[in-house]
Design a protein around this ligand. Sequence first.
Ligand code: ATP
Length: 316
Amino acid sequence: MSRGSLSVVSDAVVARAPSKVNLHLGVGPRRDDGYHDLVTVFQALSLHDDVRISPSSALSVTVRGESAASVPADESNLAVRAVFALGAWADRAAKVSIDIDKAIPVAGGMAGGSADAAAALVALATLWQLDIDRDELSRIAAELGSDIPFSLHGGTALGTGRGEQLIPVLARGEYHWVLAIAREGLSTPAVYGELDRLRDNRSGSELDESELLARPDALMQALASGDPEAVAPLLHNDLQPAALSLQPTLRRTLRAGIDAGALNGIVSGSGPTCAFLCADETEAVNVAAELSGAGVTRSVRTASGPVPGTRIIDPT
Ligand code: ATP
């Protein structure tokens, strides 16, 4: 992996990991093992978490930020699991402090936990000066969670398998988003369960796996053109009906964003965050202001993408 210009590693190392939105999320039928194959196009967004890792006499974790209270500060925290996994790989005791500065909404469909795991992996590998390349780090990441390899990778990428097999996608230009963050989160397994239930209840035709898992070529061409107006109508999320079924108020949020002038709006991943693609930065600021005034969500943020994957930043 790249260690940037850090030739001498200081007491603390800080890594920054992006959030993500799925521009396309095709979900295959439930497999016998309960999982679903995916075809997805991820875009990494500027809304990020920072994770600071410093040497300590024992493992500890702190979380700060707006939704810190809903993040576990024990061994179920994905950043802690990442530290244990890299400790096992390096055969070293995980005696470090992990301090998470959280801006990505929790249980929001924006891969916040995955971001923290990716940041913990990169920060710890740097702190310990491990001789580990990005592919190996990605392999460890994929074992911890299927969105974590993309948090490392960043940019815009096509994900297959469970989303962990990545191919970069050429995306020209910068995309401006407004994120409507809901009051209550949604559990990813619950949303997949609801999708299965909705599909089981649908009378008639069998699910066509090849159709569900088709590569979104039109979207990828639009991304190559760099025109948000071409990309907007091609945003697609198979999980959206399930998220709307579990949180019907999201329909109102999606309508409010479109009414405010967004090109299109979509539930991000398993939701409930709604992501609105806007024509440019000025439009995004206008849409964000109007959406805040509509009072349909807990908070509203603007973000841009694509941004790079997880990287070391200056600890000061
Ligand atoms: P995804 O988009 O990858 O499906 P998400 O963004 O919807 O995930 P997360 O914010 O990653 O959801 O959190 C899902 C659950 O994981 C939370 O409810 C929380 O209990 C648990 N969790 C464990 N570690 C973390 C972490 N570092 N940050 C946030 N949640 C975490």
